[in-house]
Design a protein around this ligand. Structure first.
Ligand code: NAI
Length: 332
C-alpha cells in the first residue's frame, strides 16, 4: 500500500529542503506517493492566494500533507498562509517534539520535551479593530470546546506514548477569563485520567526554567501564542530551528512541517539543512503506522550526525544540502 501525501514545497529554502526530504524518504523505502500542490508565493501567482482552496482540497482528499516554509506577502491583505491552513482544516493540535540529537553540541544533553499548542484560537483568530485613532482592541479567543478537545488529545497522547507528566502552562492570574477557561478545561479532562501526572505552571516561569534546566520537563500544553513562542525557545535548546520537526493535526487531516521559516538569507544557495522537514516526514511515517521505516531512516540520520563529517553550516559543518542528503542516503 502507498500513502498519498500532498507535498507543498513552499518558498525560500522550501524547495531545497522538501526535495532533499522526498529523496531520503524514497531511498529509505517509505511507501509514499507524492502529489504536489502550491502554497506561498507560487500559489499567489497561480491562484491569487498563498493557501488556495485547490491546495486545501488536495490535503483534505489525501488526509496527509508535508509542507515546506511559506512566505505570506506583507501589506497585501493576506493573513498568514499557515494560520489559514490550520484554521481551514481545523488542525487544532500543534505538535512539536523537541529532543537532544546525537552529535549536535548544545548546553543540554537530556532534552526530551513535547510542546502541544492549541492551534486555532487565541490572538490568532485575527480579530482586531481601532476603538479610537490611538487605541486598538485585539481579541484573545478561548472557548471551552477548544480547551477540552486539545486537552483530551493531549491526555490520549500521554497514554499512547507512555509519557511521564503533562503541564498546562498559562498566565491565568493576569488573564483570568481566557487562560482560566483553558486551565479549567484541562483540569476537567485530567480528572478522566487520574493515573497520569499533571499540573499547571506559569508560562513566564516556564521560559526561565527551560533556559535554566530543561531536563525535568516532559509534555507541555499551551494556548496558541504561548505555544508559538515557547516551542521556538525549546527548539533553541537542541540545536535550533533547522533540526526540529512539527505537525498540525486535526481529527481528519494532518499536515507535517518544519518549524523554521523560508530563510531568505541562504535560499537558493544549497546551504539549507533539510533535517527539520525530514524529521517531520518521519513523524508522518510514525503517524500512519510505519514506525520501522521511520526508525531505520532516523538511524541513518543519527549516524551522519554522530560522524560529524557532512554537517550543514547551521550545525557547525561545511557541507551543503546535497552532501548532507547523500551522506544519509549512503547510510541507508
Ligand atoms: P527563518 O526561520 O526563515 O530564519 C531564521 C534563521 O535561521 C536564518 O538565519 C536562517 O538562515 C536560519 N535557518 C532557518 N531554517 C534553516 C535551515 N533549514 N537550515 C539552515 N538555517 C536555517 O525565520 P525568519 O527569517 O524570521 O522568517 C523568514 C520568512 O519565513 C518570513 O517571511 C516568515 O513569515 C516565514 N516563516 C514561515 C514559517 C512557516 O511557513 N512555517 C515559519 C516562520 C517564518
Amino acid at each position: 500500500m502507498k500513502y498519498r501525501v500532498t507535498l507543498i514545497k513552499g518558498d525560500g529554502i522550501g524547495p531545497e529542503v522538501t526535495e532533499a526530504t522526498a529523496k531520503i524518504l524514497n531511498a529509505g523505502g517509505a511507501p509514499i506517493e507524492w502529489e504536489e500542490a502550491l502554497g506561498g508565493l507560487a500559489a499567489v501567482e497561480a491562484h491569487g492566494h498563498p493557501m488556495p482552496a485547490v491546495t486545501l482540497d488536495a490535503i483534505r482528499r489525501n488526509r496527509l500533507g508535508l509542507k515546506g516554509p511559506l512566505a505570506t506577502p506583507k501589506g497585501k491583505g493576506y493573513r498568514s498562509a499557515n494560520v489559514h491552513l490550520r484554521q481551514s482544516l481545523d488542525l487544532y493540535v500543534g505538535y512539536r517534539p523537541v529532543k537532544s540529537l546525537p552529535g549536535i553540541k548544545t548546553p543540554y544533553e537530556n532534552v526530551d520535551i513535547v510542546v502541544l499548542r492549541e492551534n486555532t484560537e487565541d490572538l490568532y483568530v485575527g480579530i482586531e479593530h481601532a476603538i479610537t485613532p490611538d487605541m486598538v482592541l485585539t481579541l484573545k479567543v478561548s472557548t471551552q470546546h477548544s480547551g477540552e478537545r486539545i486537552s483530551r488529545w493531549a491526555f490520549e497522547f500521554m497514554r499512547n506514548h507512555g509519557r511521564r507528566s503533562i503541564l498546562c502552562c498559562h498566565k491565568a492570574p493576569v488573564v483570568p477569563m481566557a487562560d482560566g477557561a483553558f486551565a479549567d478545561a484541562f483540569e476537567d479532562v485530567a480528572s478522566d485520567y487520574p493515573y497520569i501526572q499533571h499540573g499547571q505552571f506559569a508560562v513566564d516561569a516556564l521560559a526561565f526554567e527551560l533556559a535554566r534546566e530543561p531536563g525535568p520537563f516532559d509534555v507541555l500544553l499551551l494556548q496558541n501564542l504561548y505555544g508559538d513562542i515557547l516551542s521556538d525557545l525549546a527548539a533553541g535548546l537542541v540545536g535550533g530551528l533547522g533540526v526540529v520537526p512539527g505537525a498540525n493535526i486535526g481529527d481528519r487531516v494532518a499536515v507535517f512541517e518544519a518549524v523554521h521559516g523560508t530563510a531568505p538569507d541562504i535560499a537558493g544557495k544549497g546551504l539549507a539543512n533539510p533535517l527539520a522537514v525530514l524529521s517531520s516526514g518521519l513523524l508522518l511515517l510514525e503517524f500512519v503506522g510505519e514506525r520501522r521505516i521511520a526508525e531505520r531512516i532516523e538511524r541513518a540520520v543519527f549516524d551522519v550526525l554522530e560522524e560529524g563529517k557532512h554537517l550543514t553550516g547551521d550545525l557547525g559543518g561545511d557541507a551543503g544540502t546535497a552532501r548532507f542528503t547523500d551522506a544519509i542516503i549512503d547510510k541507508l
